[in-house]
Design a protein around this ligand. Structure first.
Ligand code: SF4
Ligand code: SF4
Length: 450
């Protein structure tokens, strides 16, 4: 009897402690709505357990027994974690054409041979593109979120990346250093992580990782030759506080900065591999021959989510990616263990689709697109919003439940999402409750208000 009653009080205390810790974590995140809700739960959830102290002795056994049975059933329900084929990851079969990316189409100047040739090849894109061409455009002084200082900071990063474009390739040293794949892989991963790269993975390169035709720069229209056997994907975390100000100018500044930093790491890594005597090429913003999210996915770093971006277990879609392709001997990573759960989570979540100001993210189920079962965003609709806002928006990234910080609380939630069907379902509703169904954009950080 005493044991049962003490057990009930202990479980109540545990829930109270958990909700108190949750409130403290939300406070440190400055999520004040979530703090109040946690404090409310701090009272409500343990209440039935502590209420047992007021139950007369004659009923206490039955009250405690019912409460413990209910808790046990709930606990067992949380252990249920089936894997349904419906949510299995799918691998593409065909290759993409870089000329179809929005950044490539943005570089086409009207009445040039390239412009005419492109719209002869893809006439279905002409009307869609003329729509966003009439809008102010990315970083335009006429755009909604124009900010001369923050746009200048973004432009500084983009200019620096373009200067680095001359260094993606180079000659390798004449003599190869003798090094085992295990040692080289471990060195590359540890070295990259030491310099602020969030995650590193190695993929075995397949044809679908490569564009078939170049769509940017002086090599426009050139066929991409499949080159090397391995692709090293690097992710760089974007700052959570800055992303919460999306879709303001600060977001463009942040993503440009992380394109730059991931690009620097990729160029440095490619140079290192060439010093060892191997071939290596960096793929950085403006100079891609590969589809980075696909390489990163197959390097075990995550899965492509509803918003069409790589979702990583630690930072969700709040990362920028660069890739190095090489013939250096490396150990290929296994597929991500969380991919299946991420697809299932996205299937029910739809938070990014609900908030997208461009209505570009599908709310429907995955469909076969370019040979793979996946969600495909409406790139033209997304880009049209960018051309109005002047920034790269990022609202979808910001509100994604996977994009929260990497503290104890969110690590625990991600563990629950991976290991419990009930937890996955609950996490979606709780994310809406704590953060809001459509979280508001936060003001610019004080130092950005210049
Ligand atoms: S917001 Fe939800 S649906 Fe969208 S990518 Fe993130 S988890 Fe998936
Ligand atoms: S970046 Fe903005 S417009 Fe584009 S898909 Fe995400 S939320 Fe929609």
């Amino acid at each position: 009897m005493d044991f049962l009653h003490n057990l009930v009080l202990s479980i109540g205390s545990l829930f109270a402690l958990l909700m108190l810790v949750t409130a403290v974590v939300f406070f440190t995140e400055k999520q004040f709505r979530a703090v109040w809700i946690s404090l409310l739960f701090f009272i409500l959830i343990p209440f039935p357990f502590f209420f047992s102290a007021l139950i007369p002795d004659v009923f206490l056994f039955w009250y405690d027994g019912a409460l413990l049975s209910f808790t046990a059933v709930l606990f067992v329900m949380f252990l249920y974690n089936p894997k349904r084929n419906k949510f299995s990851p799918s691998t593409p079969t065909g290759q993409n054409d870089e000329r179809n990316t929005m950044f490539s189409r943005r570089e086409l100047k009207s009445n040039t041979p390239a412009y005419r040739e492109y719209y002869n090849l893809f006439p279905q894109h002409e009307a869609l593109d003329s729509n966003w061409r009439q809008k102010p455009g990315l970083m335009s002084p006429r755009s909604v979120f124009y900010n001369p200082v923050l746009f200048a900071a973004a432009e500084a990063s983009f200019k620096t990346i373009s200067w680095l474009g001359n260094h993606i390739n180079g000659n390798q040293a004449e003599k190869k250093v003798d090094i085992s794949p295990e040692k080289l892989t471990r060195f590359v991963k540890s070295w990259m992580k030491k310099q602020a790269v969030a995650d590193v993975g190695v993929a075995s390169m397949k044809s679908y990782h490569y564009y078939h035709t170049k769509g940017r720069g002086v090599q426009y229209n050139a066929a991409v030759k499949m080159r090397y056997a391995y692709g090293i994907a690097l992710t760089m975390e974007m700052d959570e506080n800055v992303m919460q100000t999306s879709p303001k100018a600060s977001v463009l500044m942040e993503s440009a900065e992380k394109y730059l930093h991931s690009g620097i790491s990729a160029i440095q890594l490619a140079a290192f591999l060439r010093e060892l005597g191997f071939n290596a090429q960096a793929h950085i913003d403006g100079n891609y021959e590969v589809v980075c999210p696909l390489v990163a996915r197959d390097a075990g770093l995550g899965e492509i989510g509803r918003m069409g971006l790589l979702m990583t277990p630690k930072h969700g879609p709040r990362v920028r990616i660069a890739v190095v392709t090489t013939d250096a001997p490396l150990i290929v990573d296994k597929p991500s263990t969380v991919a299946h759960r991420m697809i299932e989570f996205c299937y029910y979540c739809k938070k990014c689709a609900a908030i997208c100001p461009g209505k570009a993210i599908p709310k429907s189920d995955r469909k076969i697109e370019d040979g793979a079962l996946r969600w495909k965003i409406n790139s033209e609709a997304c880009f049209t919003y960018w051309a109005v806002s002047g920034t790269d928006c990022g609202r979808c990234i910001t509100v994604c439940p996977y994009a929260h910080g990497t503290n104890f609380l969110h690590r625990f939630i991600r563990f629950g999402i991976e290991h419990s069907l009930l937890f996955r379902r609950l996490a979606i509703s709780l994310d809406d409750l704590f953060y809001g169904k459509k979280p508001k954009s936060k003001p610019l950080l004080s130092w950005m208000q210049v």
